[in-house]
Each structure stands twice: as C-alpha cells, then as structure tokens.
Design a protein around this ligand. Sequence first.
Ligand code: GN1
Ligand code: MG
Length: 362
Amino acid sequence: MVTKHQDQLSSIASAFRINGTPVCIRPIGNGHINDTYLVECSYAETGISEGAPLLSCSRYVLQRINENVFGSPDDLMDNIVRVTEYLGKGLRIIPARSGSPYLRTENGCWRMMNYIEGSFATETCSNADQFMEIGRAYGSFISDLSDFPAGTLHETIKYFHDTRQRFQRFITACRRNIAGRAENAAEEIRFALEHEKHVDILNDSLKAGEMPLRVTHNDTKINNVLLDRETEKAICVIDLDTVMPGLAVNDFGDAIRSGAATGREDETNSDAVRLDLDMYRAFAKGFIEGFPDITEAEIKMMPAGARMMTLECGLRFLTDYLEGDHYFKTDYPEHNLVRCRTQFSLLRDMEEKQEEMSITGC
Ligand code: GN1
Ligand code: MG
C-alpha cells in the first residue's frame, strides 16, 4: 500500500523535471543534516513500434534541505548550480518544473539531483588504496576549482571552519547549560578547555599569508566521494553544500578524521578510535597527487589540519549535546556525546603521533 508519506514524496518528486513517474522512493545515505531519498521512476521508451511499450527506469536523488542549518536556500543552490556547471561532470541539479533549482512546499524545501549509476559510497575504507583514491578525488576537486571565481560564492554557513568561533560557541553552551547536561560531560569539557591554546593555529597561519584561501569542499567525509562499483575509481565528489572559500588543509583534515580513524564516528568504545598511520599516509599521497599545485606550506600544515578538524568536530558535537541536540541528527540522547568522545580520543592519539604525521616524500 502506498503511504501518505510516499504519496507526498511522489508528488514532490513529480514537480521536478524528471523522466517518468516515481514508482519507489526510499531513504538513502547517512548524512547528519539533510533528508535524502532515492527516487526510482519508470517511463515508456519511445520509438518502439510493435508490442507493449518497453518500460525503462531512471533514478534520482531527492533531498529536503535543512533550513535550520542553511538559512538561505537561494544562496545554497546558487553556489551548487554554478559549481556543478563549472565542473561539468558527475553531479547535476535537476530543476523544478518551474525552472527554479529548488522547490518550496508546506513540507520544506526540496532539491533533485541525478543518481550516479554504478557508484557506491563507503563509511569506512576497506583498504589503503581505496582511501588513497578518495584522497586523489578531494585533491583534484580543489585543483579543478582553482580558477573558479571564489569571491562569487556565498558563505552558506558563516564561520563554518573558524575553530575560534566554534570554541566560543562551546563556551557559551557550557555557561548556559540549557539541557542540564554539563555535569555528564565534565571530562569532555575539561579536555576541550585544555585545547583552547590550539584553536588559532590555522587562522593565524592564514592571516600571516602562509596559506592561500582556496575554493574548498569543507565537508570531506569519506562517504562524500562516489566510487565506481567495479573499478573502485572515484567518479565524483558529492554534498556540495559547503563549497566555499576555505583552507585545503581543512579538507585534508576532515577526511582524515573520518577515514583514517580505527573506529566509527559513533563507536561507543571511544578508546578504540585511533589514527591509522598507513591510512593517513595513503590519503596524503592521493591528495597531493590530485592537487599538484599544493604549496610546501600547506603540506607542512596538513597534520595540523587533521588535528584541528578533529578538535573542531569534537567541539561541535559537544556543543550540540550541551544545547540539547538541535543541529546534528541523533538516534539516542547520548549520541552527540559519544561522537564527541571518539573525536577527542582520535585527537589524543594524533597528538601522540605528531612526529610520525609529518608529511615528507609523498
Ligand atoms: C555533517 O551531513 P554530513 O554528515 O555530510 C556536517 C559536517 C560534519 C559531519 C560530522 C553542514 O555532515 O560538517 O563534519 O556532519 N555538515 C554540516 O559527521 O554541518
Ligand atoms: Mg554534508
């Protein structure tokens, strides 16, 4: 039986310029922000003169944009449309029948994209070669956008990777303690406070002109690269919501945090979450190969990027926990605290491995 929810989704999907009629819509992916669905459509092949028309299938990705996070869908979609057109391969925005890049309904704000057939995304890399390939894809992404007019991009989330700002928000959340959870998180709060001295490292280097501002992805979890199911070669980078001017070392760092860890982001045994140096080095090699214009200064700061993105992500989970889970999707009340613990455990291990993390001879 078709549920009301399915009916609603189906009529939303039909309001886009898709080929055919939606026959099946189901959730896909593991994003913490937007709601994502796979839409399967069937349509009759034209030009067949005899017998019953041949039915073909086309597939799309439908997403509800989280407007708590992305305050301006116009700005968000303007960035994505221009970046995808500039890249000219992989992801495409399918406009609404009205011609607009998104659709507003009483159930929120929606967008449609092509589904990349024959692809898969992974939550954990099965081997270093696969992770190296993901590194190459993220390096090439920055390289391919090196001539994109960065100044024309909207800032879809202000201060997104400004670790100092993230730290200040954490302090405010601690002081307010609106969810009454600060006591539960005493150990994590102590760890975060001890790390205040590190939060300006990347900002300072940027201000000193040591690293250039580039067009970067800013959300380089490993599941945001689609790989070819047969060859395991990267097909394209997805989730372009936060493509903005930023630091290459942050893209490096966020991928390391998510893909070179020995446990999942929400592993409950946080002590098991450490840095796998082989995976780290493999990713670094791929990233640099894909991005030949990376500077010496950036290479030198790559380990700092990994530490800072891990610290920042931990701070963000902790802040959301203290504020009552209004930002990241959660499955249970302690979920954000569990996520924070894995990030802090990973960071602690990175601090111990600081020397081995320096990148030379890649
Ligand atoms: C969010 O939605 P997803 O899973 O791609 C977040 C990232 C975090 C990540 C942590 C816009 O990404 O910044 O690193 O969760 N995206 C946004 O898993 O805040
Ligand atoms: Mg995302």
